[in-house]
Design a protein around this ligand. Structure first.
Ligand code: 5RP
Length: 218
């Protein structure tokens, strides 16, 4: 099985969490794109979706799935999204696709975070994947200096403007032993919009695509 086939297996397996007549929280990325394709096959049984990015919104609409503004929805049963890295405790690094802020917002209103990954995403320690931090553009250099003080090596993701008008610093060389503490610390730096650590609100269930098919980890 290729990595994309494993992503596809995970994306389609996530359909088991979708309730009839519900509004589904939808993340961003190549694994989620498979989930959106799968969701399209049951579009007449759901009310619609809340999306975490313009890219996912476009794909959902192309499938004929109505997309609701997050402000119109109090709560979601599920939020389905991928991850760049995930630990056994279900803490994650996200934001490889620069959608981390909206992902964190939609995840926050969901009862259950269903994380869909291929088996390359599981790690013992977060940090090999550079940690994305979305920043207000005028704060970029200041935030980069503060991140360097924490032992990281921030690299400006050139040419990327997020859906919120932010910029991204990717922080290399971190070994994240206490993800919750680091999430709190980085969120406290002036000018940070969001850090791509999802530790305070991690995943609840993981569906992992493997060469043997999709495996569920509760
Ligand atoms: C986007 C994300 C994605 O969930 C993450 O990058 C995983 O992407 P993919 O499914 O393409 O491997 O956080 O901001």
């Amino acid at each position: 099985m290729t990595q994309d086939e494993m992503k596809k297996a995970a994306g389609w397996a996530a359909l088991e969490f979708v309730q009839d007549n519900s509004i589904v929280g939808v993340g961003t990325g190549s694994t989620v794109n498979h989930f959106i394709d799968a969701l399209g096959t049951m579009k007449d049984r759901i009310e619609g979706a809340v999306s975490s990015s313009e890219a996912s919104t476009e794909r959902l609409k192309a499938m004929g799935i109505p997309v609701f503004d997050c402000n119109q929805v109090d709560k979601l049963d599920i939020y389905v999204d991928g991850a760049d890295e995930i630990t056994a405790h279900k803490a994650m690094i996200k934001g490889g696709g620069a959608a981390l802020t909206r992902e964190k917002i939609v995840a926050a209103i969901a009862d259950t975070f269903v994380c869909i990954i291929d088996d390359t995403k599981q790690v013992e320690l977060l940090g090999k994947f550079p940690l994305p931090v979305e920043v207000i553009p005028m704060a970029r250099s200041y935030v980069a200096r503060e991140l360097a003080k924490l032992g990281g090596r921030p690299v400006y993701r050139q040419g990327v403007i997020t859906d919120n008008g932010g910029q991204i610093l990717d922080v290399h060389d971190l070994q994240i032993t206490d993800p919750q503490a680091l999430e709190t610390k980085i969120n406290g730096i002036a000018g940070v919009i969001t850090v791509g650590l999802f530790a305070h609100r991690g995943a609840d269930v993981v569906i992992m695509g493997t060469p043997e098919g999709a495996k569920r980890i509760d």
